[in-house]
Design a protein around this ligand. Structure first.
Ligand SMILES: [Zn+2]
Length: 287
């Protein structure tokens, strides 16, 4: 099924193939449950100067696509590169009752349908993934809060404690039908990267390198001499052979979660990627 498309301003063109997409990440927009929420957030993605986007926006009566599935959207650092991002209208603070009203029921039906379609396309198992699963590179369906916990690269807690993930996945399974046998969820090897390589995996590595102290390189998806020098510097610092090639050990070191900075104490915790109620004047008035 294809959906109306309103192109987001920010995304990484990536030519991702079937083997590159592993997870679906569910979000709340932090935007009220209005009939035009999917459209309004699509227009926000289209025009904002902030580096945020998602593949799909879902409300109670429609789905709007904003980033092609081949391309990388900016919604859940740590699982952008291998994820498909789905934004749902509503708030992470919603209660179980809030997720059970007529609007949410209609929305969740659309989310479940989308999950059924996407998981079928990429042969992704309809299983919930927590932070440990994500760190093990398992394939399935997850939430932004799990991504935050897995990688420590954002503090977003959407779609919230009361989000009925189990119910949504059960419905998605029903909609997908029995179909072909489900592939076993298994960890995937990470690609070895070296000078001359290009693409979103290179960009992913560059972004991870830039999170390390004293490294500042262009995250352009091109593995040139500058990137190689940064890799060597990083490898030596971690006691690895300074080969300039990103293999399994260097990936593991790059992905190592930064020491907890007290995300529950101290820093402000935000429920979603952005507070659209503030970004769009008047949007909060119906909340
Ligand atoms: Zn989110």
């Amino acid at each position: 099924m294809s959906y109306p498309f309103i192109r987001a301003r920010h995304f990484t063109p990536a030519s991702r193939g079937k083997a590159d997409i592993d997870v679906i990440v569910l979000h709340t927009m932090e935007f009220p449950e209005t009939p035009d929420a999917a459209e309004r957030v699509a227009h926000y993605f289209q025009t904002t100067s902030r580096e945020v986007s998602a593949h799909y926006n879902v409300d109670n009566n429609s789905v709007v696509q904003c980033v092609r599935e081949d391309d990388v959207a900016y919604a859940a650092p740590g699982n952008n590169w291998n994820g498909i991002q789905i934004e749902q209208s509503g708030f992470a603070r919603q209660t179980a009752a809030g997720w059970n009203d007529a609007y949410s029921k209609a929305l969740l039906e659309r989310t479940a349908r989308l999950i059924a379609e996407i998981t079928k396309r990429y042969a992704i198992p309809i299983v919930p993934l927590d932070a440990a699963d994500l760190r093990a590179d398992r394939r399935g369906v997850t939430t932004h809060v799990a991504v935050s916990r897995a990688w420590g690269r954002s503090d977003h807690t959407d779609p919230g404690r009361a989000f009925p993930l189990g119910k949504v996945l059960a419905r998605a399974k029903e909609l997908r039908g029995s179909g072909p046998p489900r592939p076993k969820p298994r960890p995937k090897p990470r690609p070895t990267l070296r000078e001359g390589d290009r693409g979103f995996q290179v960009k992913r590595a560059q972004r991870l390198l830039n999170e390390k102290p004293g490294i500042q390189i262009a995250a352009d998806g091109i593995f040139g001499p500058e990137t190689k020098a940064a890799v060597v510097k990083f490898q030596r610092r971690r006691g690895l052979a300074g080969t300039g090639v990103i293999g399994p050990k260097t990936w593991a070191a790059l992905l190592k979660r930064p020491r907890a900075t007290g995300s529950s104490a101290g820093g402000a915790v935000s429920p979603g990627l952005f507070e659209l109620s503030e970004a769009l004047p008047g949007a909060g008035s119906e909340a």
